[in-house]
Design a protein around this ligand. Sequence first.
Ligand code: ZN
Length: 272
Amino acid sequence: MILYVILLSPVVGYLLYRWGGQWLRARKRKQRAVLMSAPFPQAWRQVLADDFPLYRKLPVDLQRKLEGHINVFLQEKVFVGCSGFSITDEVRVLIAAQACLLILNTGVEYFPGFETILVYPQTYVANVTERDGALHSESVSARAGESWHRGPVIVAWDQVIQGARDGRDGHNVVMHEFAHKLDEENNRMDGLPILADRSQYQDWATVLSREYERLCQHHDDVIDSYGATSAAEFFAVVTEAFFEKPVQLKHKHPELYQQFQRYYRLDPVLWE
Ligand SMILES: [Zn+2]
């Protein structure tokens, strides 16, 4: 009898583990479905209407969908104020809205692999340690935001609000940092996020590497030159331009626009 139990226990354990996992995923899907259609507080809608012009531009069906995503996002992510900053509903809703715009139509997860968003009141100073062989240097660097691999997103509130209120300058710190989160979903932050189907990868690689090389060689008035830092920064910077300067991006870089249109399953030119 004891031998029987010992032989069976790994099998039972495995089955319990699998069923448990399935049960948890089903419960999460159900909770999310409820939150997607839960009422959205009028005060929150007012925050979006006042401070997020991109929200005002969205067709009504996408506005409602974004509100549902915000409900889910706020349930699943944790906000922490730093340097005495206090987290209000305005802070939570405005950060959630800009992040969720990226996943508005993709049907993917809510930026898995991390849950904490740290918010500083203003652009903050970070100590940077760099090692190059035996050389070890330390410096301080002013930051509007950053995204840690499998760790928190950190943003400065003055930059968040400025990014939200100006929907046409091509700068949005929340979209930038959460684009990095999409990029790292396959465990590598390299400018290549998970694409919907295998046939997309070849075109993505061809178009993005060509456009990245071009930005490294020449100044561009639509894509910020910070995008030439690395392929990962290129993806984040083009994401900002895709949502905030869609007409210019489509006009000047039609193939790049098309790749991002396919990836995000959105066509922001139509909202102009
Ligand atoms: Zn970046």
